[in-house]
Design a protein around this ligand. Structure first.
Ligand SMILES: Nc1nc2c(ncn2[C@@H]2O[C@H](COP(=O)(O)OP(=O)(O)OP(=O)(O)O)[C@@H](O)[C@H]2O)c(=O)[nH]1
Ligand SMILES: [Mg+2]
Length: 330
């Protein structure tokens, strides 16, 4: 066992040990794979993990021990404040972005189709974490069939492009087609009256990577024009760390979540682990997350933050705001 494995890896390994059932094992193993630093000293372990991953995926695809349960490689267990699927053409820098923004260590290489299975990583932002899922490349000729599902199930989709690539428009068309198959409609785009049914409206952003290769901004300007004005556009360099802090904030902000610090009467709030709720959530929604019984027996709450005055008494229908401190009285 090589020394100096990051604590996040050891935590994932512990989750693997304690995993119940196939999907949990597979999720934990994928996380281990993502979190394992890739260098000479871990080559044996990488090979070992790859073998175990292949075996589990094979069992999942063909059903182990006679079980007919189908495995969906497009399902990655959601963790943290929300999940973004990163999709894009080969070599755009999807894995590099996950590496730069999270503790995960997906393989990065100067040749296409390096990433073969979806791998999650967690982006720390202030006191919460947002999940990014690295995925295999999409080309006009091919996309893993499960990617449309993955995009559909995610809370947001980031289209990752290489600004220096000369086939950017064809890549963008392939990604747009994938969103259509996944029935994902960008939240920032007006929904036409004749929109197809069963669409999910989700934040969709464009991450124009490798802007370090474009010192005078020509490629970035062309990419922006090809994308159009209605998708949030971030020019970044995963390799040089340009634009990443704005992106980190935006992947949280665009999810529209709020953080609430709950407190018991007479005690200080738990500032370490906020409850994360959808925007527009009420005191009742918070109480439900704390415990069903708390929601049932809730009499009133006191609010610090957006309240008219500190400790203002409100009822269960009161709409909360990001970073409110809430004292629940049962
Ligand atoms: N100059 C420059 N190169 C980058 C940047 N980001 C990634 N690269 C390089 O681009 C190549 C591909 O990066 P990856 O992160 O493996 O790309 P990917 O999109 O995950 O590729 P696939 O897994 O094959 O789909 C590697 O050689 C990276 O070092 C960047 O911001 N600037
Ligand atoms: Mg990759």
């Amino acid at each position: 066992m090589p020394a100096n494995l990051p604590p996040q890896y050891k935590e994932a390994e512990e989750r693997f040990r304690q995993a119940n059932g196939h999907d949990e094992k597979l999720t934990a193993l994928r996380e281990m794979m993502a979190l394992l630093p890739k260098h000479k000293g871990t080559e044996k372990l990488q090979a070992d993990l790859r073998r175990r991953l292949a075996k589990l995926e094979d069992e999942a695809a063909h059903g182990s021990r006679g079980s007919a349960r189908r495995f969906d490689p497009g399902h990655v267990r959601r963790e943290g404040a929300g999940q973004w699927a990163l999709i894009g053409p080969p070599n755009a820098g999807k894995s590099s972005l996950v590496r730069a923004l999270t503790h995960a260590h997906p393989e990065v290489a100067p040749y296409p189709f390096t990433t073969r299975v979806p791998l999650p990583g967690m982006v720390p932002f202030e006191d919460v974490q947002v999940q990014l899922v690295d995925t295999p490349a999409v080309t006009p000729q091919h996309a893993e069939p499960y990617l449309a599902n993955l995009a559909h199930g995610a809370d947001g989709v980031a289209l990752v492009l290489d600004v220096s690539a000369d086939d950017l428009e064809a890549s963008l068309a392939a990604l747009t087609a994938l969103l259509e198959r996944g029935r994902v409609w960008p939240a920032s785009r007006a929904l036409p009256a004749d929109a197809p049914p069963f669409l999910v409206q989700r934040p969709v952003i464009v991450v124009a990577n490798k802007c370090d290769l474009d010192p005078d901004g020509t490629f970035v300007a062309l990419a922006r024009e090809a994308v159009g004005p209605d998708l949030p556009f971030f020019a970044v360099s995963a390799e040089r760390g340009i634009g990443l802090e704005e992106l980190r904030r935006s992947v949280f902000d665009l999810l529209g979540r709020i953080r609430i610090y709950a407190k018991e009467p007479g005690k200080p709030p738990d500032r370490e682990r906020p409850f994360v709720l959808p925007g527009g959530a009420t005191v009742h929604d918070l109480a439900l997350q704390v415990h069903k019984e708390v929601a049932e027996s809730l009499r009133f709450a006191r609010i610090w933050g957006t309240a008219r005055f500190d400790g203002q008494q409100v009822d269960r229908h009161h709409v909360l705001a990001d970073r409110d401190v809430v004292e629940l009285h049962v």
